[in-house]
Design a protein around this ligand. Structure first.
Ligand code: TRP
Length: 361
């Protein structure tokens, strides 16, 4: 990706060189010292950058009000296991005092993917929102809303639409379609609307593909002087490769884990995962494996082994040939099956009570 290249937030092409991204897009490097009780993703270098992070760290330390917000287009029938990373980030800020907003981007799904609104809403209620709750958001402390049912957000979008120009759009997005213009202004409004009652800092955890929306939100927030908005902050995490090590979204579902996968699916997928092991058992015992190119270690690192000591020891043992791929696979399968069992239970519970949790259906 070169300096003048734009990121297209609606495409599944993924940028790979993170240092270059920080430089080219004027991001701040994430500094773990500023965040108390850092979570797994922060401690293990998955969270790598952001914008205006100091003000958020100050709010946490001084117990001042701030918010965290995320949104999802309810297009998929199942949620990628990597969704857990975004929610882990939201949970971190929720735990550290943030007002929490989770929106369902049903209008964006209709505008950019042609999904009928009713169907988008059904998927959100049956899949996305219960999954988000099962991932551990506190539903009592989380404001869930649908874009299509939130007048405040839609009205603000119209007000903000005259704070952006077509040239700016071209610079940020390349050549935007009207549907994308509508969706991105709405997203800016999602991001800023928690400040309508009172301007407070807010943080948006996003993959780097969503950075164009963050830049636009920051620009517009400054120009909309009548609101005295804080410019929204963002925090970025790296993309998760699939089980075969591909960074680009693969067409075949068999290479990725999904929330609600069954025990058999987990077992089958893990058995085929890319590992850093040697060709033969003998060689593995002698030379050890390479955890850097091993998708089981990716899972341990990001999701399955929270304890830093245990994680480090496993890396060491693997490098020294004391752990074989078969053992890692068995362990990852066990941990995932256990996780999913608990997840499924929470999901079913959340689904039953879903009406209680949504602001405006
Ligand atoms: N554009 C996001 C997606 O593709 C969804 C979204 C809408 C969003 N509004 C948002 C994400 C506000 C973060 C913040 O899934």
């Amino acid at each position: 990706m070169t300096k003048n290249e734009v990121i297209d937030p609606w495409s599944s092409e993924l940028p790979e060189n993170y240092k270059k991204i920080i430089k080219d897009f004027g991001l701040e490097k994430f500094d773990i010292k500023n965040f108390p009780e850092p979570n797994l993703l922060m401690r293990r270098g998955i969270v790598f950058a952001g914008r205006d992070l100091k003000i958020i760290s100050k709010c946490i330390k001084e117990k001042k009000p701030f918010y965290v917000l995320t949104g999802i287009m309810p297009t998929a029938e199942k949620l990628h296991f990597g969704t857990k990373s975004v929610i882990d980030q939201v949970k971190y800020f929720q735990k550290h005092g943030a007002e929490t907003y989770v929106l369902i981007a049903d209008l964006e799904a209709t505008a950019t993917r042609g999904l009928p609104l009713k169907e988008a809403q059904r998927r959100a209620l049956e899949i996305h929102i219960p999954c988000y709750i099962a991932l551990g958001l506190n539903p009592q402390k989380t404001k869930f809303y649908f874009q299509s049912k939130n007048n405040e957000v839609r009205n603000l979008a119209f007000i903000l639409s005259n704070k952006a120009t077509l040239n700016e759009y071209k610079a940020i997005y390349g050549n935007p379609e009207p549907s994308r213009i509508m969706a991105s202004i709405l997203q800016v409004s999602d991001i800023l609307h928690p400040q309508l009652k009172e301007p407070i800092p807010g943080i948006i955890p996003v993959g780097i593909d969503q950075d164009p929306h963050i830049r636009l939100s920051r620009d517009i927030s400054k120009r909309a002087k009548e609101f005295k908005f804080f410019q929204p902050s963002s925090i970025n995490h790296k993309f998760v490769p699939d089980l075969l090590g591909n960074l680009k979204m693969s067409k075949s579902e068999g290479n990725s884990l999904y929330l609600l996968d069954t025990d058999e699916e987990i077992k089958r997928k893990i058995s085929k995962a890319l590992t850093g092991g040697q060709k033969t058992l003998e060689e593995q015992k002698k030379k050890g494996g390479n955890p850097d190119n091993d998708m089981l270690f990716e899972l341990f690192k990001q999701h399955l082994i929270d304890d830093d000591k245990e994680f480090k020891k496993r890396i060491k043992d693997y490098k020294e040939g004391k752990i074989l791929d078969s053992e890692n696979k068995k362990y990852a399968t066990e941990l995932l099956q256990k996780y999913m069992k608990d997840f499924r239970k929470k999901y079913e519970e959340a689904k039953k009570q879903i009406d209680k949790f949504i602001l405006n259906t």
